[in-house]
Design a protein around this ligand. Structure first.
Ligand code: ST9
Length: 405
């Protein structure tokens, strides 16, 4: 299937701009397997605020507790998974004080094992769906916001999965919420430029361990973060059919084109920085409005060279969407700015509801959900959007392989 069902040519727009689809069939990398995993500890969002104020010994801060409750109610999240437990704060009381108390070593000491182990659980599922032995993986791309080690989670993951010692590793740190999209873009390039390559991409996030702290009324975006983020890992196997069919492989999506854009003047709107007290972060309340004002032009600019076909008259509703659910208001902004019909972001909203924002891992959950929901007659072409610090938007044009079966 991999080699015989390459993407059909993308019809050109009237100006006949050069298109990536002018490349021969089967030249595009395809997603050949997807896997996801979460830590076992799961907290309901409607109980989260009270849990958080209890474990941080801050029950007396009722105004902040009520604010967190209001944020949780509007978050579009039902539950989230965490590597973090109440026991973590009992074992590491220094994690509670983010005002200069050193705790980075203790936090990194936990993520060192947690990141590759969670990645391995997701990757094992992706490899099982792919259907070939782990030793056939030629390249490994790992992304995380939850580490600062060398050798890093990529090497541990390779060992846990029994990959070949010659596997070619790439590790992407601190890419924020678009890390999964960046890793997929790198994997696409590796697969398309190395004949026979099979690239394992894995994102693993236990960033709650790095960023957790007690409530602080001078740092309300950190309070917001406690309501949004969860832990999880996603993985995919990427490869090109390259004229050497391997019948066991069944493409899910073809990765037709990848691009990245940064919204001018938005460097401080979203940021992360590792410090001695852990991961410091900023999430401006302006982010949803910033996206609402710019995302349409940004996506149009990135698509312009491609001549992507949309159903006549359907506009942005003529494609399927896999948008990173950075927050409920992020999805609302994209929906409003692009004029999307209700339901177009259903997969993203479902993932947000079930898991929260798992930074770079989230896009794998969304892609998994998009393919689960696919039905006869659904749009053949689609777009992924990753949004994170920069403010950076990563986009990939996908073609569903199932529409060619
Ligand atoms: C178990 C341990 C767990 C620990 C977790 C630890 C944390 C881990 C963190 C990991 C590190 C990750 C860092 C990554 C940073 C960059 C990555 C991203 O892209 S990030 C992705 C980007 N994601 C986003 O940008 C989030 C997008 N935002 C949203 O989705 C929504 O605004 C909403 C759901 C937060 C609220 O719904 P909405 O309809 O707007 O409802 P309303 O208008 O009624 O407001 C309700 C209350 O919310 C308030 N408030 C709002 N914004 C902020 C703010 N920035 N700041 C502060 N407060 C804010 C607002 O003031 C109001 O308060 P009040 O007046 O009631 O007192």
């Amino acid at each position: 299937m991999a080699a015989t069902h390459g993407p059909a040519s993308i019809p050109q727009d009237q100006e006949s701009r050069p298109s990536p689809a002018q490349r021969p069939n089967d030249a595009f990398a395809a997603v050949l397997g997807i896997g996801t995993a979460n830590p076992a500890n799961c907290l309901r969002q409607d109980e989260y605020a009270d849990w958080y104020f209890r474990v941080t010994k801050s029950d007396h801060l009722t105004t902040l507790n009520n604010k967190l409750k209001r944020i949780c109610e509007k978050s579009g999240i039902k539950k989230r998974h965490f590597h973090f437990t109440a026991q973590t704060t009992a074992d590491h009381p220094e994690f509670l004080d983010r005002r200069g108390v050193p705790s980075l070593d203790g936090r990194l000491g936990i993520t060192q094992d947690a990141v590759p182990e969670l990645a391995a659980a997701a990757a094992a599922r992706a490899i099982a769906e792919w259907g070939r032995p782990a030793t056939d993986i030629t390249h490994l791309v790992v992304t995380t916001n939850s580490g600062a080690h060398a050798p890093g989670a990529d090497l541990r993951l390779a060992a846990l999965l029994g990959l070949r010692p010659t596997v070619q590793r790439t590790l992407l740190y601190l890419h924020g919420c678009f890390g999964g999209c960046s890793a997929l873009r790198v994997a696409k390039d590796l697969a398309e430029n190395n004949r026979g390559a099979r690239v394992l991409v894995a994102s693993s996030e236990v960033s709650t361990l790095l960023a957790f702290g007690g409530p602080d009324e001078d740092h309300l975006d950190a309070l917001l973060a406690t309501a949004l983020f969860g832990d999880g890992a996603g993985a995919a196997v990427i490869g090109v059919g390259d004229g050497d069919p391997t019948p066991v492989e069944r493409p899910i999506f073809y990765m037709v084109s990848a691009s990245q854009a940064t919204l001018p003047g938005t460097e401080r709107a979203l940021y992360m920085q590792l410090g001695r007290s852990g991961l410091d972060l900023g999430i401006s309340a302006e982010v949803p409005a910033l996206l609402r004002g710019t995302i349409k032009g940004c996506v149009a600019d990135m698509l312009a060279p491609l001549g992507l076909p949309v159903v006549p008259g359907a506009g942005w509703n003529g494609v399927f969407w896999a948008v990173h659910p950075g927050g409920r208001a992020i999805l609302d902004s994209c929906e409003a700015a692009l004029g999307l019909e209700a339901g177009k972001l259903a997969a993203s909203r479902h993932v947000l509801s079930e898991y929260g924002n798992m930074l770079g891992s989230t896009i794998f959950f969304v892609l998994d959900e998009v393919r689960r929901r696919r039905q006869e007659g659904d749009c053949e072409w689609g777009l992924t959007l990753g949004i994170g610090p920069g403010v950076t938007v990563e986009m990939m044009v996908l073609q569903s392989a199932s529409s060619q079966d």
